[in-house]
Design a protein around this ligand. Structure first.
Ligand code: ATP
Length: 301
């Protein structure tokens, strides 16, 4: 069980700076969600983390040590794009895993194949996208890894199998594994992750423990009779961190307890007002589009 430290990591592909001076500390035994819009640099960060891409600068350390071959044995990687062999079947992939990893557990692999209803005799070429994802997940979890790096592991899976993957992640972390995952399914990350970082244009724009990021903030949501809402007073209110108007719905992200602002919206004519906790999707959207509300508000007025 080791902390993973990514220290001032940068990676350029020609003129494209895919990862730009990223520093992230992934606590041992945590489930760490790496979020970000398309092209933000998540996959590149994973590749540098695992030595599959050479960093332009910066360092990665596992428990204070650089990544060396003995460590590979304890790391499982589910890449974003399938690296399965089309002509091989599930059983042959598992056999490959068995020969590569001393920690491979035959009984566990069988159990996982059954969990995802995978037929070991079926060739990859005849598998659906979801079956391929599931097989990659089985291969990863069958070696009882200490570190799991999962790049969109639930992509293509149906809701039942997505939930099964989430449960495996949570279970692995409970047993001491460190899990790093990326997913565009923010609700799933929210269920599993205790820490997150948000990347945008290769940079970390937000990082921290999910509970800390959620605390002290609320959303006050009001539904108005028309789209014309007088927002001037609200825009000057220092308690309001963000203001989104979508038609008749006004959402205020606030740093106070919300009671006073709920009252204000009612006085402004809102037909219904509710105060809700921030979820991870709100946090993500606030981070990646902090100015969106300004444009919306200007348009709405
Ligand atoms: P997505 O959510 O779409 O999977 P991502 O956050 O994983 O995106 P990356 O795949 O890391 O993003 O890509 C980051 C940037 O680096 C993008 O601009 C991408 O075009 C570029 N990039 C990634 N791999 C290469 C490569 N092999 N050669 C050139 N550019 C690359």
């Amino acid at each position: 069980m080791s902390t993973i430290s990514i220290d001032r990591l940068s990676k350029s592909y020609g003129k494209c700076l895919a990862v730009d001076d990223v520093t992230i500390e992934i606590p041992a035994g945590s489930v760490f969600g790496l979020l970000g819009p398309n092209g933000a640099g998540k996959t590149t960060t994973f590749k540098c983390l695992l030595g599959l891409a050479r960093a332009t600068s910066g360092e990665v350390r596992f428990g204070g040590q650089p990544l060396t071959p003995p460590l590979f044995e304890s790391i499982a990687y589910v890449p974003e794009r399938s690296v399965l062999y089309e002509w091989m079947n599930g059983a042959e992939h598992l056999e490959m895993q068995r020969r590569t990893f001393a920690r491979y557990d035959v009984a566990r692999a069988k159990e996982l194949m059954e969990l995802f209803s995978l037929d070991p005799r079926k060739r990859v070429r005849a598998m659906s996208k979801g079956m391929r994802s599931a097989l990659a997940v089985v291969m990863a979890f069958a070696i009882h890894p200490e570190t799991l790096v999962l790049d969109e592991p639930t992509s293509g899976l149906d809701p039942v199998n997505q939930r099964a993957v989430l449960n495996l992640i949570i279970e692995a972390a409970a047993q001491g594994a460190t899990v790093v995952l990326s997913s565009h399914q923010i609700g799933q990350v929210e269920r599993a992750a205790d820490h997150i970082a948000v990347l945008q244009d290769g940079k970390v724009i937000l990082a921290g423990a999910v509970d800390d990021l959620k605390s002290d903030r609320k959303i006050v949501e009001g539904i108005f009779p028309s789209e014309t809402i007088a927002l001037d007073g609200l825009r000057r209110d220092s308690r309001i961190e963000r203001l989104d108007q979508s038609g008749r719905i006004l959402r205020l992200t606030i740093t106070a307890d919300g009671g006073g602002l709920a009252e204000t919206l009612s006085q402004m004519g809102a037909q219904s007002v509710r105060i809700v906790d921030l979820n991870l999707e709100d946090i993500f959207l606030n981070a990646v589009s902090p100015n969106m509300q300004t444009a919306d508000v200007v348009e709405a007025r």
